[in-house]
Design a protein around this ligand. Structure first.
Ligand code: N01
Length: 529
């Protein structure tokens, strides 16, 4: 069988689009397969009310093209999902990407043929293609988690999942609505749904921390300044652990006098956004320091929420920043509305969904519509839905049965010529995804170019290098409080999923340095054949 493409790319979100562009630039042939009918990945699927990015728009954007940076106009501090989707479509048109993307087509299987050194890829539409490389760009939060609550299929009204929202406006006016979940998606959508609905009932299993976004229209003068100094801002961002240009206060929270500490928290709170966790450098390293930040947020909830029982139930008990911090607009205030009820289900799971609502803690709740804001099978979910088989026909699913193991979060022993953009073992979800995606794409494109120039047809990590990297990922995780709670970072939200802290938490600069060392040492840790 002949080779159809140098590379098959799975997914046309920000990763897949830029990968296609870079490969084309270098003279490689590539075909992207995308399940949706358009580009945008996460921003194509997550259309729930209030969806927006919690990284500021001028930073959550591509940096590979200075022309693109200059011509695109972000309108708000935090871009809405529709605006980000328009941006993705603009990129697809500007770089003429669509002609190499096959939409509404899922990859069903990818099997490595050891005799021909080719990947044989099959789609759900019956396509069969052969490619030298397979590059997954499927996103880290793209496999929606529908919990196995008994009776879910019995519900007579419409059920919506925030991660797979309909492509038409869903209007909750005059409707009663039940929402399960209080993660980022819920925290963004609840205030908006509450303004429409006749009544909204929120079922909360774990109270969550959120900080105000203080979103606003972008001041044209600020945009002008950003555009005049984009390179410097991007460079500064590369030196920050999360790849986001905000200032980290080097002081320890617990070692800072109380009044000064409160001033710092207050200033960050007033500014808004994820930079709150950079108020002090040890918030995720010391329980005592963490508690100061957690207490500060709890005091804010107490100030805002009028009903003391509801306020108490909304106060998170765990470590702040352990689960992903949320960023909101008017979340706590929403619980002062007469048409919103909070049901604390932390001590007893939902009994069952019924035809007209659900039953929890011995009580029946009735509503017209059900919203599942129940998150994703993160980081490995989408990858493992595809039947990926490497050497000896071994399935990735089996290889990762005790948790994902990779070299640099990009490659896997036994799976030659397979690259996983923002895969488990890379910083990905702990960073601004756009620069992390670009760094991975550049690594892969440069690697393929090097292989071509050396006449090498197969690249694969060696076991010792992978084990050493897995060790580094684990050691980094053990230092922080982030690995200590039941979050999707450790797979705790999916029953039966191995408990492994999946992303690399050593920070983007350390990660980039590790990748550069590998390249500078002639792809150290890889076998080239
Ligand atoms: O999902 P989540 P998400 N019964 O997993 C609850 C990114 N994101 O879609 O905490 C009852 O955080 C679950 O409860 P618990 C961001 O990285 C970014 O909100 O497991 N409840 C939890 O409350 C984020 O972290 C943006 O006890 C059940 C909720 O459902 C990630 O995506 C916006 C349950 C799920 O919360 C995921 O966020 C949105 C059950 N059986 C998302 N099963 C921005 O950029 C689950 N839950 C702003």
């Amino acid at each position: 069988m002949s080779v159809d493409f140098d590379a098959v790319i799975v997914g046309a979100g920000f990763g897949g689009m830029y990968m296609l562009h870079r490969l084309r630039d270098k003279g490689f042939t590539a075909r992207v397969f995308e399940a949706g009918s358009g580009v945008g990945g996460t921003w194509y699927w997550n259309r729930y009310p209030g969806a927006r990015c919690d990284v500021e728009s001028v930073q959550y954007s591509y940096q590979f093209s200075p022309e693109l940076e200059q011509e695109w106009e972000w309108t708000e501090r935090y871009a809405t999902q529709p605006e980000i989707l328009r941006y993705a479509n603009h990129v697809a048109d500007r770089f003429d990407l669509r002609r190499d993307i096959r939409f509404e087509t899922r990859i069903a299987a990818a099997v490595f043929d050891e005799t021909a050194n080719l990947w044989r890829v099959e789609t759900d539409k019956g396509d069969k293609v052969a490619a030298r490389f397979v590059i997954t760009a499927m996103g880290c939060l793209s496999s929606p988690n529908t919990p196995k609550i008994p009776g879910l299929a019995d519900f007579k009204g419409p059920t919506y999942h925030t991660g797979n929202w309909p492509h038409k406006d869903v209007d909750f006016t005059a409707k009663t609505v039940g929402v399960i979940g209080t993660g980022s998606s819920a925290i963004q959508s609840i205030p908006i749904m509450a303004r429409q609905a006749k009544h909204l009932t929120v079922f909360q299993r774990t109270a969550n921390y959120t900080v105000p976004a203080h979103n606003k229209p972008l001041d044209p003068e600020y945009v002008r300044q950003v555009k005049a100094s984009y390179r410097e801002m991007r460079q500064r961002a590369r030196t920050k652990p999360a790849g986001i240009d905000f200032t980290i206060n080097p002081a320890s929270a617990i070692a800072t006098p109380e009044e000064e500490r409160r001033r710092e928290f207050e200033a960050r709170w007033t500014y808004g956004g994820l930079g709150f966790m950079a108020s002090f450098s040890d918030l995720l390293l010391s329980d005592e320091s963490n508690k100061t930040a957690a207490d500060f947020v709890r005091s804010k909830i107490r100030d805002v929420v009028k009903d003391p029982t509801t306020a108490e139930a909304l106060m998170p008990k765990n470590i702040i920043g352990c689960k992903r911090l949320c960023v909101d607009t008017g979340y706590w205030e929403t619980f002062n509305r007469p048409n919103v009820t909070l049901v604390d289900i932390s001590d007893e799971p939902i009994e069952r969904v019924t035809a007209s609502g659900l039953r929890a803690k011995g009580k029946d709740y009735r509503f017209d519509c059900l919203v599942l804001a129940t998150g994703f099978d993160a980081m490995t979910g989408a990858l493992l839905k595809v039947d990926i088989r490497g050497r000896g026909g071994v399935a990735l699913k089996d290889k990762w049965s005790e948790g994902p193991k990779s070299y640099l979060g990009l490659t896997v022993v036994g799976f030659p010529n397979l690259f996983t953009i923002t895969g488990p073992g890379s910083p990905s979800v702990l960073t601004n995804m756009l620069p992390s995606i670009e760094q991975h794409v550049d690594f892969i494109a440069d690697c393929l170019e090097t292989l071509r120039s050396k006449g090498v047809s197969v690249i694969e990590p060696v076991e010792e290098a992978q084990e050493a990297w897995v060790g580094q990922v684990g050691n980094a995780a053990n230092i922080t409080l982030r690995s200590t709670c039941s979050s999707w970072y450790v797979g705790a939200n999916i029953p039966g999923k191995p408990r492994v802290f999946m992303p690399y938490i050593g920070g983007l600069p350390a990660y980039i340095a590790a990748c550069e060392t590998v390249v500078n040492n002639d792809y150290e840790g890889f076998a080239l054949a």
